[in-house]
Design a protein around this ligand. Structure first.
Ligand code: MLT
Length: 389
């Protein structure tokens, strides 16, 4: 028996596990201190009424012989895929139902989709980046090239014609920086991918936070994208499904073989998302449901503004927070990311995510999330002001 040696090339722990461990140790030593967590991007608002009602109805259906459901279709129930299709239509994107695959979340799909690609493909990843893109490719032993995202390009790197990459990761609105690509910038990536016969893996998990009609919610709003892009999205941040688990992936028919391969992969290795959860997800798109989730999104957007205003008043450089739940800030006094993490934890008991955990260009930066409660966000910012104001 030989183990997968590629695992030796990973950091010892997943980023958010390291953060959680450090916080646990601090709490054990300082049990009387009140910690405020603005680290991992986990929602705090409960599921909205329409979603809960739909789930309750689905639970009742499971109790009755006539409406009980066993295994569902591996690609998801038609009612949810139709609802997703309609949502894309509202952004001017026409999808075929067969192109939509429901899953248990974007993180799983981002890892699983790699089954379809040869180990010898070269992967292009912006740095800083959501660690899952990097770790899943390290596990598979793929060659990774990093493209710099930094202050000079406003954390929005553009294609470099001298680089040949087969798989390209783009996340917009971006995790961790909150930066968003415009249509014309995404068009450059689409043209580059088509020219080089590459595939873009487009992570749109934060699209619901976009607050400007000019900014694309989907890569498929860009001409030419159907021949080069797979889109992965989630109900986690849009509708608070982090604990409920539901997402979806779009694999266009225009890309040779890929849709058929993903169907083959999913029907072999995946048995679908629970019926109850899919009924809840469907309700996100109903008239009342979409209004209710907007209220939650506005709540988080207001938290982002509270954070951003405080940082501005403390003269701390930052971006994000406008079309994203993440605020990306420069650590004051030239502290490293982990020094700043410890400094905040020890002095004001506020937890964030060290930028260095997202890649080398994240060193010296720090991420805060707007997913906390308003009360905690206000309290965290009051503490920030005492420290830096
Ligand atoms: C994050 O904090 O970056 C996200 O919550 C992680 C995730 O979505 O898996």
């Amino acid at each position: 028996m030989n183990l997968n040696k590629n695992y030796e090339n990973l950091e010892q722990n997943y980023l958010f596990t390291t953060v959680a461990k450090k916080v646990q140790e601090y709490v054990a030593q300082n049990p009387d201190k009140k910690i405020i967590k603005l680290g991992i991007g986990d929602v705090t608002r409960p599921l909205c009424k329409s979603v809960i009602d739909a789930m309750h109805r689905a639970v009742d259906e499971m109790a009755v012989q006539e409406t009980f459901k066993g295994y569902g279709p591996e690609q998801g129930y038609a009612f949810l895929r139709e609802a997703i299709k309609k949502y894309y239509q509202s952004h001017g994107v026409a999808l075929k139902i067969e192109e939509i695959f429901v899953s248990d979340g974007a993180k799983s799909d981002l890892g699983n989709i790699l089954d379809l690609f040869d180990k010898d493909n070269t992967v292009l990843v912006p740095d800083p980046v959501y660690p899952v893109y990097v770790d899943t490719n390290i596990m598979a032993g793929r060659k990774i090239i990093f493209i710099n995202a930094n202050e000079n390009n406003e954390f929005l790197p553009m294609p470099d014609e001298s680089i040949q990459a087969d798989l390209i990761y783009i996340c917009s609105p971006n995790n961790p920086t909150g930066a968003v690509y415009t249509k014309s910038q995404l068009k450059c990536w689409v043209d580059y991918a088509n020219k080089n016969n590459s595939i873009i893996l487009f992570d749109s998990a934060y699209e619901a936070f976009i607050d400007d009609e000019e900014i694309p919610h989907s890569i498929y709003e860009i001409d030419g994208s159907k021949t080069c892009a797979v889109e992965i999205c989630s109900f986690s941040k849009t509708a608070g499904f982090t604990g409920t688990r539901c997402g979806y992936t779009i694999v266009p028919m225009e890309i040779p073989n890929l849709n058929q391969m993903w169907l083959r992969r999913q029907s072999t290795k995946f048995n679908g998302v629970p019926y109850i959860v899919q009924r809840g997800a469907e309700a996100v798109f109903s008239k009342d449901g979409s209004e209710e989730i907007k209220q939650n999104l506005r709540y988080y957007q207001n938290n982002a503004k509270i954070i951003s205003d405080t940082l501005t008043s403390c003269k701390i450089w930052h971006i994000g927070g406008k079309h994203s739940p993440y605020i990306w800030l420069k650590c004051p006094d030239s502290m490293t990311s982990w020094e700043f993490f410890d400094y905040l934890l020890n002095n004001i008991q506020v937890v964030g995510t060290p930028g260095a955990g997202f890649g080398k260009n994240g060193e010296g930066f720090f991420r805060l999330t707007s997913f906390g409660s308003e009360e905690n966000t206000l309290e965290a910012m009051k503490r920030f002001k005492q420290l830096f104001g």
